[in-house]
Design a protein around this ligand. Structure first.
Ligand code: TXA
Ligand code: MG
Length: 356
């Protein structure tokens, strides 16, 4: 447990993290906080350590892991080249919630990290505990989110405990994470444009400002890319159902907020009358309109950072409360809204109710 007093004292923090860093160095697996979600870390050069991460998560082996570094020097030897556009993105957003997919230097990392691809996703997290742990370990740290595969990502150490207690070497508890949704994953295309493989903590708008090049979303991720689209997402992880609560979640959208609220209220009443336990995810502006067994606020529509921060914990709460019937409001897909709606749609298995 890292108390807040340690966060402002780098020397003491590193001292405190020595045991966790030693576990990483010796090929063990440790969960740690980042500014986005908790990660499950291992030495990215050790195939045995990386395999232990896949095993603990129950993660499909074709889904590559992100490698975390503590400083620019950490990139040395890991990648073949950094294009000028990639360099600009690092300058603008590192440390921060941006993962950049780069050509991997053959032999630098366990091939299990990249799942056989010739690229690797790299990021420098903006969290004092993550940075100190990585620096102290001296390893490039491969870390997916520290949840069982398919569960909502952990934003508290307790979430990691729920999913992984007993299967990993330890958890560094640094309190609640900040952003609450994962990093944005990007790749620079041959023509210099930036392709967003996974929307996340850095918004498309922020990327466009910094990149000095066109920024576009991987077409496979567009909201209306139905099951019949032919292109597989470029980030292998984006094809899996994910973040899903145990109950059935539906997203409700429509041209009028009042119409959406009426439909949700009625559906919750009908489900309750059938004897189901009901839950609703709603924005502060409308939350007073609903009655359900579990009501989770996503904060105000005027500041979507609260929704990002709360989303995964809210989904987990539905499970804790044994909710079988869950409805969620939607938000505009601007700014952080793109990442929030991407995760909500995945959690809902793409079940979206569109009112006329
Ligand atoms: O915020 C985050 O990124 C968190 C924290 C712990 O850093 N990590 C995280 O890792 O979300 P994970 O493994 O749950 O998600 C990694 C995503 C997956 O969708 C994966 O397919 C994609 O990044 N990815 C990783 N390497 C890639 C590569 N070389 N090419 C394309 N996609 C890649
Ligand atoms: Mg994940």
């Amino acid at each position: 447990r890292i108390g807040p007093e340690l966060l402002s004292d780098p020397a003491k923090l590193r001292e405190e993290l020595k045991p966790a860093a030693a576990i990483l160095r010796e090929g063990g697996v440790v969960a740690f906080p980042t500014e986005t979600v908790y990660g499950l870390g291992a030495d990215a050069r050790s195939t045995a350590a990386v395999e232990a991460v896949f095993a603990a998560k129950g993660r499909p082996s074709d889904n590559p892991l992100i490698v975390h570094i503590a400083n620019r020097g950490g990139l040395d030897g890991l990648v073949k080249a950094v294009s000028p556009a990639a360099q600009r993105l690092m300058d603008a957003f590192w440390p921060g919630p941006l993962t950049i997919v780069l050509p991997v230097q053959p032999g630098a990392l366990s091939p299990r990290v990249t799942a056989g691809l010739d690229t690797v996703g790299i990021r420098m997290p903006d969290h004092p505990v993550a940075l100190a742990l990585i620096a102290e370990s001296g390893c490039p740290v491969a870390a997916p989110s520290a949840n069982r595969s398919g569960r909502p990502s952990p934003t508290l150490a307790g979430h990691v405990m729920e999913d992984l207690a007993g299967t990993i070497g330890g958890i560094v508890d640094g309190g609640a994470t900040g952003v609450g949704v994962e990093s944005t994953v990007v790749q620079v295309a041959e023509d210099g444009s930036v392709i967003v493989l996974r929307p996340g903590g850095v918004t498309l708008e922020q990327l466009s400002q910094a990149a000095g090049a066109p920024v576009r979303l991987d077409p496979a991720l567009l909201p209306d890319a139905g099951s019949d689209h032919i292109e597989a997402p470029r980030a292998p992880g984006m094809k899996y159902t994910h973040y899903a609560p145990k109950g059935v979640l539906r997203i409700v959208t429509g041209p009028s907020a009042a119409g959406v609220s009426d439909w949700i209220s009625r559906s919750l009443r009908e489900a309750a009358a059938r004897g189901e336990r009901t839950g609703v995810l709603a924005f502060e502006e409308h939350i007073g309109r609903y009655q359900a067994d579990c009501i989770e606020s996503l904060g105000s529509l005027s500041d979507l950072s609260a929704a990002a921060h709360r989303l995964y914990a809210a989904l987990r709460r539905m499970d804790e409360e044994g909710i079988g019937f869950i409805l969620s409001e939607a938000c505009p897909e601007e700014g952080l809204g793109a990442a929030i709606m991407n995760r909500l749609r995945k959690a809902a298995g793409q079940r979206v109710v569109r009112l006329g």
